[in-house]
Design a protein around this ligand. Structure first.
Ligand SMILES: [Fe+2]
Length: 214
């Protein structure tokens, strides 16, 4: 009986099998294929573009979310810079591909830290809006620093590939990312000063502190 049950189960499971995705076919057809240095560089540039595509979306929502006026203004400036970075990456890919642009519209997964569920649940219940703002600022810094690493490595690769026209473009993006990351770092004490009163208001006194006041 058990046997036939198993067989039935596997029979009924087979039509549910997922169809092969196009993505898989594409990666299969690329397997083992040698690329020219321009084609390879285009792949890397597309990787950077996908990150910037996601970054634009994130910056837009951060600008709406943050209550800190100076942070909002700096994020707005970086949104403009990021749009410039997207345009330069697209133009560079057009130049590398002799006008046959292959710029991706897809968005990468940004490197955002994910604490364990047990902590996320506690944070979700306890966090003030000031702490949400601070958490997002922490994520801003992580994303910008990840972009620094990306453009730094890409610049060195472009040098090896003798891609002379890519180098100043990557250098400009690298310097914009560095200045954004530096701004967040320099502005952190001011950020905490702005957010602290709301965080402090949410705290209750411990027994020790209450006794000290007596
Ligand atoms: Fe950035």
């Amino acid at each position: 009986m058990a046997r036939s049950k198993t067989r039935n189960k596997s029979k009924s499971a087979s039509p549910k099998r997922k169809p092969t995705r196009r993505k898989n076919n594409l990666s299969k057809s690329m397997k083992g294929k040698k690329l020219t240095s321009n084609q390879k560089l285009t792949l890397y540039l597309n990787e950077a573009l996908a990150i910037e595509n996601a970054a634009v979306q994130r910056l837009q929502s951060r600008i709406k979310q943050t209550k800190m006026e100076n942070t909002k203004q700096r994020l707005e400036l970086h949104l403009e810079e990021t749009r410039g970075q997207q345009d330069r990456l697209k133009q560079l890919m057009l130049d590398l591909g002799d006008g046959k642009g292959t710029a991706t519209k897809d968005k990468a997964q940004l490197p955002i830290l994910a604490p364990p569920k047990s902590l996320t649940n506690i944070f979700g219940r306890m966090m003030t809006s000031a702490e949400y703002d601070l958490k997002a600022a922490k994520e801003d810094a992580i994303v910008e620093n990840a972009e620094i690493i990306l453009y730094d490595m890409l610049s060195h690769l472009a040098e090896k590939m003798n891609a002379a026209n890519a180098i100043p473009i990557l250098a400009q993006s690298l310097s914009e990312e560095k200045s954004m990351a530096d701004w967040i770092k320099t502005n952190t004490p001011e950020m905490i000063t702005q957010l602290w009163p709301e965080i402090e208001d949410s705290l209750v006194m411990s027994e020790e502190e209450t006794q000290e006041l007596r």
